[in-house]
Design a protein around this ligand. Structure first.
Ligand code: C5P
Length: 235
């Protein structure tokens, strides 16, 4: 898969996401979609099957974190839905990540890509030390968790575009960096803290950008999506 823009479909239900996607009908390129907890929990697994039937590529952003046996079994279900990309928390440890890969692998040997969340972007150094009792520097923690994901055989991590160069240096250029926290130079940052433009994310070597509100909240979402593609993929 080459570089692409993944639209975060953070909608409360099926009707809203289908209304939104109607705007993209007739586009030569089919958008790559991210389904998160809100939509998955409200619309259920059928929303994944339905969007796959319509030929969308789906990143199922459910961030699993449980004992290896439970994660293996849950990943088998998600893989059966036809998801193209799944994810989990690297904090679940290497055995959990290995079990997840086993669960994702279909009888024919194919499987969705598997990404790890290293540290949530809402966690800062203070939370790391005060709540999690992790005393290392955030960047070192992120790189260590990325390395664990790589050792377990995962395909990449979800991280800030600003962390993409260091992750690629530590884990190799083929190890994917899928990066939220993207904003146009002339738009609001919302609650994202460390933001970059699609063009800057490209310069930093991000493999995929995840963009939500700058597209879903735009007056013309299709133009906003095309603008992301122009800056991130086609420049
Ligand atoms: O609207 P916005 O562009 O901020 O959406 C970013 C998307 O990426 C949201 O679905 C958010 O949950 C997700 N995400 C994130 N930061 C992470 C992991 C996921 O913003 N570290």
């Amino acid at each position: 898969m080459g570089k692409d823009v993944i639209i975060a479909c953070d909608f409360p239900g099926r009707e809203q996401v289908l209304d939104f996607l109607q705007r993209f009908e007739g586009e030569a390129r089919k958008p790559f979609l991210k389904i998160g907890m809100e939509l998955f929990y409200s619309a259920g697994p059928d929303i994944v099957r339905e969007l796959k039937d319509r030929d969308y590529r789906i990143f199922l952003d459910l961030k699993l974190h449980d004992i290896p046996n439970t994660v293996r079994a849950a990943m088998r279900v998600l893989s059966g839905l036809g998801a193209d990309v799944c994810n989990l928390h690297a904090a679940g440890t290497i055995p959990m990540m290995e079990a997840a890969l086993e669960g994702l692998t279909r009888p024919d040997g194919t499987r969705p890509l598997l990404l790890a969340v290293t540290q949530l972007t809402s966690t800062d150094q203070m939370h790391l030390e005060r709540d999690l009792w992790i005393r290392e520097e955030m960047e070192e923690v992120i790189l260590h968790y990325a390395e664990n994901a790589s050792l377990a055989g995962l395909d990449g991590v979800v991280c800030s575009p600003l962390e993409a160069p260091a992750v690629h240096k530590r884990c190799g250029t083929d190890f994917l960096t899928v990066t939220p926290g993207v904003r146009f130079a002339d738009s609001a940052a919302d609650d994202q803290r460390r933001v970059t433009t699609p063009a800057r994310a490209r310069e930093l070597g991000s493999d995929y950008i995840v963009v939500g509100r700058p597209i879903t909240g735009a007056a013309d979402p299709v133009s906003a999506w095309r603008r992301c593609l122009t800056e991130f993929v086609d420049t």
